[in-house]
Ligand binder design. Sequence first.
Ligand SMILES: Nc1nc(=O)c2c([nH]1)NC[C@@H]1CN(c3ccc(C(=O)N[C@@H](CCC(=O)O)C(=O)O)cc3)C=[N+]21
Length: 275
Amino acid sequence: MSALILDGKTLAKQREQMLKQRVDKLELKPVLATILVGDDPASATYVQMKVNACGRVGMGSRSVTLPETTSTEELLATISELNNDPQVCGILLQHPVPAQIDERACFDAISIRKDVDGVTTQGFGRMAMGEQAFGSATPAGIMTLLDHYGIELAGKHAVVVGRSPILGKPMAAMLLNANCTVTVCHSRTADLADQIGRADIVVGAVGKPELIRAAWIKDGAVVVDAGYHPGGLGDIEKDGLESRVSALTPVPGGVGPMTINALISQTLEAAELFA
Ligand SMILES: Nc1nc(=O)c2c([nH]1)NC[C@@H]1CN(c3ccc(C(=O)N[C@@H](CCC(=O)O)C(=O)O)cc3)C=[N+]21
């Protein structure tokens, strides 16, 4: 057996074609506002990738860059301006922000209608309850990828490793809503190897290079890796997996491009729904 490769890079490209056609039908072009606080080069690269994706589908973007020393109040003021700007239909606040800032307060200041990255408490709650909401971009992109490849979810045991507010927690809720039996593991899980061994679907969302060992994963499982570390490593060790699992996401070229695609899809949806 050779695993089905869940090719997020190609799917994101295909979906951009469709998005572009929808954007072309709108009178006003949707604008995504991006906020980058500080000068972490990796964060700057990710934000630039999001801006570039907007350009490829014909959407506009507004890049706000704030200094490393920005206070919570200053960031809240920026968010408030963007909330009140009728040209802006989506707001992305790049995570993480510097330690002196109350990130949760800033995420929650984003208008629910403009929360196209799915980071607000209200958006999370609505998504978890199955109400209309924009999902957190990375798990939303993963769900689109699994759906595109026809991966069956109902009744499957999914093990999510990681419980962060914008990745592990919303991932677990989305898989639960898709009728998976969901186990959430994290840094304090005592028997991680045993938990992983019971998974039909494994999602690596811990942000630790190859924390999840290939040998723990059972034959035929579906392997989704949201990690991306220096040297091209994911959260999941891939040694020998391709010949014995049923499907896996490559790193890079799997989850990352789908994250960006979810963000721009939801920005367009916000424009169609609320503009
Ligand atoms: N509010 C917020 N929302 C986010 O969605 C968010 C965030 N903050 N902070 C940081 C993480 C990281 N992230 C990535 C998106 C795309 C790639 C991506 O496309 N990566 C390419 C490789 C890129 C390369 O070559 O460096 C790939 O996996 O194929 C990676 C990482 C979004 N994040």
